[in-house]
Design a protein around this ligand. Structure first.
Ligand SMILES: Nc1ncnc2c1ncn2[C@@H]1O[C@H](COP(=O)(O)OP(=O)(O)O)[C@@H](O)[C@H]1O
Ligand SMILES: [Mg+2]
Length: 305
C-alpha cells in the first residue's frame, strides 16, 4: 500500500489517465477520489459512472449525452458525463463491462478530446482526465476479444494495482481498529477492543469482499456487541468457521468440501456483483439450488453488489 500511496502522489498532479486494477472492495474508488482531490482539477467536477450498473445503450447515453429524438424516449437533449466533467475528472468504474461500441467511442474521446452526442452531428471539445477501474484482468479480456487492444494501451499508461486484503495482513488489523473506532463513535457505543480469537478469525479468513467486507463485518459486530469487547460470537458465521477450520488437518472431508463449496459460491457472487441468477448459471446449477446453498452458508449476496 505504501507503493500505492507513492504512485498516487506521483501521478495526481499530472494529467495522465490512470487505470486502477484490483478485486472488488480493495479501495479503487477511494484511490480515484484521492487522485482527483490531489490534482490541479480538484476544484472541478469528479463525475463517476459505473459501466456495469446500466445496460449498454444507457451507458452510452449517460457518457456521451444525446440529442432530442436520438432514440425513443429522448424527448429532450441531454449533456453526457464527459461534457459535465469538463475541466475535471471522469471515473469509469468496471470499465471491463463497457460494450465494444462504447469502447470505440471512448477511444475517440481520449484521442481527439471531443465528444459527439447520440443522434447529434456537432462535436464538442472536452478537457477531461480519465480514471478507469476494473476488477477483471483487462489484458486477459483483450486476449479473449472482449476488450479493444488500442483502448487498453491508452488506459494502461499508468496502472495502479490494489492488492487484495488477504495479502495485506498488517492492514487487516489496522483497518479493523479504524472501523471499530468509526462505528463505535457512529453508534455511540463504548467498545474498546477486539478479542484475540476474533482477531485470529480475521487473520485466517480470506476476505473475498476485501475492505468492504471487513467494514461491513465490523459495523455488524458493533451493532450486535453489548459489552466493551468484540468476540467471535459477534462475527458472521463465515468468519467463525474460518477460525474453527483454520488448520487444514483438523477438517473433516465434509467440512473441507463445504468450505470449498462456500468459496466457489462467494467467488461466483463476487464476479456477478451479487446477482444470484447469473452466479447460479456460472456454476452450472439452478437458481433454486444456489439459493438453498446461499441460505445454508449464511451468505449475504447483497454484500457483493
Ligand atoms: N485503505 C482504506 N482505508 C479505509 N477505508 C477503506 C480503505 N480501502 C477501502 N476502504 C473502504 O472500503 C470500501 C470499499 O472501497 P472502494 O473504494 O469502494 O473499493 P472498490 O472500488 O475497489 O470496490 C469503501 O467503503 C471504502 O471507504
Ligand atoms: Mg467499486
Amino acid at each position: 500500500m505504501q507503493e500505492v500511496f507513492h504512485l498516487i502522489a506521483q501521478v495526481a498532479k499530472s494529467n495522465a489517465n490512470v487505470l486502477l486494477l484490483g478485486e472488488s472492495g480493495t479501495g479503487k474508488e477511494l484511490v480515484a477520489n484521492a487522485i482527483h482531490y490531489n490534482s490541479l482539477r480538484a476544484g472541478k467536477p469528479l463525475i463517476k459512472v459505473n459501466c456495469a450498473a446500466l445496460p449498454a445503450n444507457l451507458v452510452e447515453a449517460e457518457l456521451f449525452g444525446y440529442e432530442r429524438g436520438a432514440f425513443t424516449g429522448a424527448t429532450r437533449s441531454k449533456e453526457g458525463k464527459f461534457e459535465l466533467a469538463n475541466g475535471g475528472t471522469v471515473f469509469l468504474d468496471e470499465i471491463g463491462s463497457l460494450a465494444m461500441d462504447a469502447q470505440g467511442k471512448l477511444l475517440r474521446v481520449l484521442q481527439e478530446k471531443e465528444v459527439e452526442r447520440l443522434g447529434g452531428t456537432r462535436t464538442r471539445k472536452v478537457n477531461i482526465r480519465l480514471i478507469a477501474a476494473s476488477n477483471k484482468d483487462l489484458a486477459k479480456e483483450v486476449e479473449r476479444g472482449n476488450f479493444r487492444e488500442d483502448l487498453f494501451y491508452r488506459l494502461n499508461v499508468y496502472p495502479i494495482y490494489l492488492p487484495p486484503l488477504r495479502e495485506r495482513e498488517a492492514d487487516i488489523l489496522l483497518l479493523a481498529d479504524y472501523f471499530l473506532e468509526k462505528y463505535a463513535r457512529e453508534y455511540s457505543k463504548d467498545i474498546r477492543r477486539i478479542s484475540t480469537p476474533a482477531i485470529d478469525a480475521f487473520m485466517q479468513y480470506h476476505w473475498p469482499g476485501n475492505v468492504r467486507e471487513l467494514e461491513n463485518c465490523i459495523e455488524r459486530a458493533v451493532l450486535l456487541c453489548e459489552e466493551q469487547v468484540i468476540h467471535t460470537c459477534h462475527l458472521p458465521p463465515t468468519l467463525q468457521t474460518a477460525r474453527d477450520t483454520g488448520t487444514v488437518q483438523s477438517q473433516s472431508l465434509k467440512e473441507a468440501v463445504e468450505r470449498f463449496e462456500m468459496d466457489l459460491i462467494i467467488d461466483a457472487l463476487k464476479n456477478t456483483r451479487g446477482n444470484m441468477r447469473q452466479a447460479a448459471k456460472a456454476l452450472g446449477t439452478t437458481e433454486r439450488i444456489f439459493g438453498y446453498k446461499v441460505k445454508k452458508y449464511n451468505i449475504n449476496p447483497k454484500q457483493y453488489r
